[in-house]
Write a protein that binds this ligand. Structure first.
Ligand code: FAD
Ligand code: SF4
Length: 511
């Protein structure tokens, strides 16, 4: 071989131009290594999903005629590091040249940059996955005081001519944004289609992890693993989503219910984040279906979905590369508390949190509003250290990779960046949770009380949060309203609320 090409576990893109080239002299390498299983405690389904997908991808490349070296976690010659394993292959095969694709994580990027410095000849390629480059967002907002998702999203739509009128400048229908239409509560009678079943056996990976002493969180039914691990399965999931879930996606995007863990969400983040499928083909398939079935898919649902992928997903990546590595240390509110113990077992009388955490442990999945307005909201109100919150999110979700996890968690959800991602902290009392879900009706706590043993803990913590961060938030025009309400509450009531919040903080593990 003259060239060694490294494929990372989240670079399983068979459509990459690499694989259209002559394979002679090129050795591809994929590896399962302990540090990647240990930089945070991962959900067991997350590691199973990655390893199964990597193994299937290696087999696919071999079937296409490529030369592949695959290191399993327990292979005796596995040196458990990107650089160490690549070095042994370079030496063994007298390889002169090393190539890799741009990693999405800063941590891995640094490792590979350092590795390349030790080599004579190396080259890095684009991963050919995203709509924007690593630096495009930073360039777009040069000289501006803040980033803004909406202007970035419009720029992406125009640049890639997505949902645009033939003039190329006007958004289709004349409106860019249908967010306001996408906020309905789930009617009690509405049926949710069951999640697509793509069952396969993961027992051998579960056994491997136990043998190698890898500590994990969450549960798995080893013989009934249900995440897509190939491109074909990912495309089937996409098709299922479009036909059965996309039509109601917009309406119930922010809804939550005891009845179902997935609602009308796509579950495509895992496939996309591993690059089994591309964001371009996901939205193209949605747009094509909408064009063929305009009576089934409302335009607001289509636009809402496209916005998540062309807008939010790319925006988060752009901010990540503009702000790392300082971003991982930001703690705007100087929060220091620990996460409640029930984040690891879901045994809390708070129904909404028990549901959201319970399903996260069971499926390695929660949808956006559960992540933002239940677990994230509670952690922020409680004043949990953002490092703890980050570690939990980075571990528990099957789609969690730092470039998209940290900007969502530290930024959007914890406002630990002081307003880089968003313009205000996403916090709420029980009011919002009741408006968007049916959780409160089956809860031990009373959504309408602000203090006392039965009071919903979100309420006292919500006012306590605003009260203790008045210096940082009062002048924010998007938050001001909350202070108008707080200021009108009489002194005795205020004292009782704050006293109850202090009690909650001391007894949080027993809530
Ligand atoms: P759908 O609701 O079907 O949305 C479609 C797609 O849009 C998703 O697959 C995803 O690729 C994209 N998307 C939607 N919202 C966002 C967003 N805010 N940022 C980036 N992409 C978005 N997403 C991850 O992929 N990995 C993470 O580690 C992650 N951590 C999060 C942590 C917190 C605290 C929050 C609030 C959100 C996080 N998200 C993360 C974003 C979002 O919650 C998930 O992408 C989504 O829930 C995945 O499920 P889905 O594929 O069914 O999404
Ligand atoms: Fe959650 Fe409070 Fe509603 Fe209970 S009452 S479900 S804790 S918001």
């Amino acid at each position: 071989y003259h060239t060694l090409r490294l494929i990372l576990g989240d670079q399983l893109n068979v459509q990459h131009s690499w694989y259209r080239e002559n394979t002679d002299g090129i050795l591809y390498v994929l590896m399962e290594i302990l540090p990647e299983t240990q930089y945070v405690q991962h959900h067991i389904q997350k590691i199973c999903g990655f390893f199964l997908a990597m193994r299937a991808f290696a087999a696919q490349l071999e079937a296409m005629g490529h030369h592949v070296q695959y290191f399993k976690l327990d292979d005796t010659n596995n040196l458990q590091g990107f650089a160490a394993n690549c070095t042994q292959l370079i030496e063994r095969h007298h390889i002169q040249h090393f190539e890799y694709q741009l990693p999405d994580e800063w941590r891995v990027d640094q490792q590979l940059l350092a590795f390349c410095q030790s080599l004579g000849s190396s080259k890095v390629f684009d991963s050919e996955h995203f709509f924007s480059t690593r630096t495009e967002l930073a360039e777009l907002f040069t000289g501006k005081k803040t980033y803004l998702m909406e202007s970035f999203y419009r720029k992406m739509r125009s640049k890639h001519q997505i949902l645009m009128e033939p003039d190329g400048k006007t958004p289709l229908t004349g409106r860019w944004n249908y967010d306001a239409e996408n906020r309905k509560k789930m009617p009690a009678t509405l049926q949710v289609p069951p999640a697509l079943q793509q069952i396969k056996d993961a027992s051998h990976i579960v056994t491997l992890l136990a043998k190698m002493g890898v500590k994990t969180i969450g549960t798995i039914d080893p013989q009934r693993f249900n995440w897509p691990i190939t491109r074909v399965e990912s495309l089937a999931l996409l098709e299922h989503f479009i036909a059965l879930r996309l039509p109601a996606f917009g309406d119930y995007q922010d809804a939550m219910t005891d009845r179902d863990w997935l609602l009308f969400h796509s579950r495509l983040s895992f496939s996309m984040n591993l690059k089994l499928i591309s964001p371009q083909e996901v939205i193209t398939a949605c747009i094509d279906y909408w064009q063929a079935h305009p009576e089934t898919v409302p335009y607001s649902a289509l636009e809402g979905f496209v916005r998540q992928i062309v807008g939010w997903r790319e925006y988060m990546r752009g901010i990540y590369w503009a702000e790392m590595p300082r971003y991982q240390k930001l703690n705007y509110f100087e929060h220091t508390a620990a996460l409640p113990s029930w984040f690891w077992h879901a045994e809390t009388k708070m129904n909404c949190l028990s549901q959201a955490i319970g399903q996260s442990l069971e499926y390695a999945y929660a949808h956006h509003i559960q992540r933002l307005m239940l677990t994230g909201n509670f952690a922020l109100l409680l004043g949990v250290h953002p490092d703890e919150v980050d570690a939990w999110y980075l571990g528990i979700y099957i789609d969690a990779l730092e470039w998209v996890e940290i900007t969502n968690t530290r930024g959007m959800s914890q406002f630990a960046d002081g307003g880089i991602v968003g313009t205000k902290p996403y916090v709420s009392s029980a009011n919002y949770i009741h408006k968007m879900s049916d959780h409160c009706s089956k809860c031990h706590y009373d959504k309408s009380l602000r203090h006392g043993p039965k009071a919903c803990p979100f309420n006292a913590l919500y006012w306590d949060f605003y009260d203790r961060h008045s210096d940082k938030l009062r002048s924010n025009p998007r938050v001001g309203m909350a202070y108008q309400v707080w200021d009108k509450i009489d002194g005795t009531e205020k004292a009782q609320i704050l006293e109850h919040a202090a009690w909650i903080k001391q007894h949080v593990d027993g809530l």
